[in-house]
Design a protein around this ligand. Structure first.
Ligand code: G3P
Length: 478
């Protein structure tokens, strides 16, 4: 069936025995763009079984060979950036240039991961016993890092390629096998990416990609006894997964309500430029997007004007034309955003632009004078709507930030590095950016959230380490 993209298992492309498919709706046209296989639980069982076997021999494959294959996959991925980016444009309405950047960034991530892996996995540790009281120098403990087994990777719709490879590459270099469950929107881009790994010549069964309905195979995958580690990026589902998963390491990157605190002495042009970039890139559909601006009252008017001047210059339209603001991923997402906007309207927020929506396309909107009783003060729109809360003191800003359920990133704009450091210490978030909008990259930086924003730490090095376990051998001397 040429219309339905096949899923990847046992080293080849397969049709599901379900005979069913899942449609992928183009966010711009709101028509079915592609279809993918609706895999069954039996197919998942088979994939898990073969992933387990394949991992055993992969773990014995020399590290340099694993790295070599990853470098090859990175090169092939970059060579095929155009067709993969085209899928991202059609499936998730990512602006054309950003779609290409996502693929290139992914290739770079894979290569860096291969290089980092050969270094950190290529060395172990030796401990001697006489440093602990009561011991002579009669024991040597050798410790090394061993793979976990089968890693289940579940990336979200907003980076179906990049957030897939940020899980796949560390898992593979560390000697694990991979089962990928891509998001429905973005599944075809992910399948193309998997094809690049296929072309690179990885052993059959080492990498599988199953597609289907979350309701059918979601829990089945995450609760499967064959899974030894889950790396998930997405929303609340992650909280549910962590409650249901077995006793296995979990890496979860969930939502965020990244706050931006702007002090009186800030470079307001720099702050405004970052608010617009941070708040509106990919139409606000990033967990690290600026989701609330907390600005000291005395500079609020100036900052709001500067942001508005930049918002006016944002282009709104189809992703193919590389518009800044493109349709949000689904109709239900657009409806949710609209709900937040209506609530803010009813409660008296100042609308800096008129609210405008056509289908899934929502025009960029800055909401001034937002107050804590409005939903938009706390919830993440995952859309092009940015609330501004005027604050009387830095403490008020910190308190607002720390009262959130989320704690992904935050940022502070000031020319005073001492103040910035104190604020960074006080903000309960995984990362604080000084004088820049929040952002995950560069991809080797640690990336983590506190509270409902997740568990574990990502970034290339941390992900490699997380996907391994320490193994020790103790030599007992006579
Ligand atoms: O929303 C996904 C998150 O990982 C953001 O990544 O690169 O846009 O900061 P980035």
């Amino acid at each position: 069936d040429g219309d339905v993209f096949k899923y990847y298992a046992q080293g080849h492309w397969n049709k599901s025995s379900s005979g069913k498919s899942v449609p992928i709706i183009n966010p711009s046209t709101r028509k079915t763009q592609f279809k993918v296989q609706a895999c069954t639980q039996e197919e998942v069982n088979r994939v898990m079984e073969s992933a387990k076997t394949a991992q055993k021999s992969w773990a014995k494959t020399p590290l340099w060979k694993r790295a070599e294959l990853l470098h090859k996959a990175a090169a092939i991925l970059k060579e095929h950036k155009a067709p993969i980016a085209e899928c991202l444009v059609k499936e998730i309405a990512k602006p054309a240039k950003d779609a290409v950047s996502e693929v290139v960034r992914s290739g770079d991530l894979i290569s860096y991961c291969a290089e980092e892996g050969v270094r950190i996995l290529g060395e172990g540790k030796l401990l001697v016993s006489d440093s602990f009281p009561g011991n002579d120098r009669t024991k040597c403990c050798l410790s090394s890092k061993i793979p976990l087994g089968v890693v289940l990777a579940i990336p979200p719709f907003n980076y179906p390629v990049n957030l897939a490879v940020s899980k796949i590459a560390p898992a593979l270099i560390a000697g694990n096998s991979i089962v990928l469950k891509p998001p429905t929107q973005g599944a075809v881009a992910a399948l193309h990416m998997v094809h690049c790994f296929h072309l690179a010549g990885f052993p059959k069964d080492l990498i599988s990609c199953v597609t289907g309905k979350g309701s059918e195979i979601g829990d089945f995958l995450t609760m499967h006894s064959g899974v030894n580690c889950i790396s998930f990026t997405g929303g609340d589902t992650g909280i549910a997964i962590s409650k249901k998963a077995g006793m296995i390491p979990l890496q979860m990157e969930l939502g965020g309500k990244d706050a931006c605190i702007v002090l009186e002495d800030a470079d307001l042009d720099l702050a405004a430029a970052n608010m617009v970039k941070g708040g509106f890139s990919y139409s606000g559909q990033r967990c690290t997007a600026v989701k609330v601006v907390l600005v000291i009252e005395s500079v609020a008017n100036t900052l709001v004007k500067k942001i508005n001047d930049k918002v006016a210059k944002l282009t709104v339209g189809p992703p193919e034309k590389d518009s800044d603001i493109t349709p949000v991923v689904t109709e239900s997402s657009a409806n949710f955003i609209e709900g937040l906007v209506k609530d803010a309207k009813e409660k008296g927020a100042t609308f800096c632009q008129e609210y405008k929506r056509e289908g899934n396309l929502i025009w960029p909107l800055l909401l001034d004078n937002v107050r804590p009783d409005m939903r938009i003060a706390w919830e993440e729109p995952f859309g092009p709507v940015l609330p501004v809360i005027r604050i009387k003191s830095v403490d008020e800003g910190i308190n607002h930030c720390n009262a959130s359920n989320f704690g992904l990133q935050g940022c502070v704009f000031t020319r005073d590095i001492n103040k910035a450091m104190l604020i960074s210490d006080a903000m309960e978030t995984g990362t604080v950016q000084i004088n820049s909008a929040p952002s995950r990259g560069p991809d080797h930086f640690p990336f983590q959230g506190l509270k409902d924003s997740g568990i574990g730490s990502q970034g290339i090095t941390n992900s490699i380490n997380m996907m391994t376990k320490i193994k020790t051998t103790v030599i007992n001397l006579p």
